[in-house]
Structure formats: structure tokens, C-alpha cells
Design a protein around this ligand. Structure first.
Ligand SMILES: Cc1ncc(COP(=O)(O)OP(=O)(O)O)c(N)n1
Ligand SMILES: Cc1nc(C(=O)O)sc1CCOP(=O)(O)O
Ligand SMILES: [Mg+2]
Length: 213
């Protein structure tokens, strides 16, 4: 499935995590290294600046054929014709999001509990994200981590492709894939790496190792 190709190595952006380096340089290096999808996550930008940054990022990603997902904001996604939107449990309700977006757009949903996984079974989501797999300093307002046993439960109880997010690194990526994740989403493992290019290459290699094992 196309979506399973896109979610394999999913970069979620965070300007602060780029440690003062140029944001677009970090993303381009990561894409050259093997990132398969990018989410623009902006919590402080005003609407106009969000749209401008999104447009520039989309132009960059279009050159590599990499889809751009917008975090939280369906209006911004529509304004720049992004590939889709990611929402969490406190954001716009999923059913309303689906009504607002053209049917071909990618829609991602964070799930923080078993009940939320079950609820999403009837919904036409592109992927669900185990939120968080492990606790992480990159986002602290989260529910209890799923951990590997929670991920296995999810694999056995959903028909949706599962992305894991929170604390993913080279050391646990292969295990996440062998325990049921179709892809990993990361901020710091790429944005804060000395070489975002090499970090993406190494994570991609761990994903391939997990798929082949
Ligand atoms: C791929 C992916 N998974 C989970 C999240 C978290 O979404 P949410 O719970 O809405 O929190 P914020 O990112 O909006 O702070 C995500 N963004 N991406
Ligand atoms: C954006 C985000 N959402 C999460 C969730 O649990 O829903 S964890 C997270 C941050 C992930 O950053 P890092 O790869 O540095 O751990
Ligand atoms: Mg959100």
C-alpha cells in the first residue's frame, strides 16, 4: 500500500530541535538520507507565517516526491494543498476533519489508549500513531507510554497501519518494526543529529532490517 511506503521514516519537524541550523537545510538533508514523509509541526507561528513556511517546505519536498503533512491545522493544509493532516485527541474531531478534506488526502490520528484504537477501527484513517511509544523530552504533555507490549496489542487489534512516535532512535527502531510498527516518526533523532543525512540513512537501514527479519 502507498501509505505504508510513506510512513516508514516520518520526520516531524521542530525548529528548536534543529539547534540553530537552517530549518530547510535540516529537512533537505534528512530527505536525501531517506525520510519518506514530513510533518510540519508549528505551535507558535501565526497563520500567515505558517502558510508561508508550509509553501516553501512543500516546494522543497515536491522536488523529492515526499508528501507534506500539516500538524493540527486543516485550514493551513488546504491553503497550501498539502498531502494531509495529523490530528490528536484534543484537536479537530476526526469526522469533521474528514468532511473538510478531499477524500484522497492523508489523515493521521494519535491514539493514546486501547479504547481510542477501538473507536478508530470504524474510521477511514490513513494511519494511527501510538502516542507515545516511549516518554520523550520532545513532548511532555502525553499519556502513559505504550511500550513494546502495548505496541504488540495494537498490532493485534487494529487494521490500520501503525506509526510509533516518542523516543525512537537507532537503538529501538528495528524492535519497533518487528513488534508491529509500519513506520517510525521522529523529531530529535534527526533534527538534532550532527548529520541529519546520516541519521536518516541509519534509521532507514534499521527499518529495512526490521522488515527483513
Ligand atoms: C506522527 C505523529 N504522531 C503523534 C503526534 C502527536 O499529535 P498530538 O497528540 O495532536 O500532539 P501535537 O503534535 O499536536 O502536540 C504527531 N504530531 N505526529
Ligand atoms: C510530536 C510528538 N508527539 C508525541 C506523542 O506521543 O504523541 S511524542 C512527540 C515528539 C517525538 O519526539 P522525539 O522523536 O524527539 O522523541
Ligand atoms: Mg495535535
Amino acid at each position: 500500500m502507498e501509505i505504508e511506503k510513506h510512513i516508514q521514516l516520518y520526520l516531524v519537524t521542530d525548529e528548536k530541535a534543529c539547534l540553530g541550523r537552517d530549518f530547510f537545510w535540516v529537512v533537505e538533508e534528512a530527505v536525501k538520507g531517506g525520510v519518506t514523509m514530513v510533518q510540519l509541526r508549528e505551535k507558535e507561528l501565526g497563520t500567515r507565517a505558517f502558510i508561508e513556511k508550509g509553501k516553501r517546505l512543500k516546494d522543497l519536498l515536491d522536488m523529492y516526491g515526499v508528501p507534506l503533512i500539516i500538524n493540527d491545522r486543516v485550514d493551513v493544509a488546504l491553503a497550501i494543498d498539502a498531502a494531509g493532516v495529523h490530528v490528536g485527541q484534543s484537536d479537530m474531531p476526526f469526522a469533521i476533519l474528514k468532511n473538510l478534506l478531499p477524500p484522497e488526502k492523508i489523515t493521521g490520528l494519535s491514539v493514546e489508549s486501547k479504547w481510542q484504537v477501538q473507536e478508530a477501527e470504524d474510521w477511514n484513517v490513513s494511519y494511527i500513531a501510538a502516542s507515545p511509544l516511549f516518554s520523550t523530552p520532545s513532548k511532555t504533555d502525553t499519556e502513559s507510554p505504550w511500550g513494546m507490549s502495548g505496541l504488540r496489542w495494537m498490532r493485534d487489534n487494529t487494521h490500520h497501519p501503525v506509526v510509533v512516535i516518542g523516543g525512537l532512535s537507532e537503538t529501538n527502531t528495528k524492535q519497533a518494526i518487528t513488534n508491529g510498527a509500519k513506520g517510525i516518526a521522529v523529531i530529535s533523532a534527526i533534527c538534532s543529529a550532527p548529520s541529519p543525512y546520516e541519521a536518516a540513512q541509519n534509521l532507514r537501514a534499521r527499518i529495512v532490517a526490521g522488515v527483513q527479519s
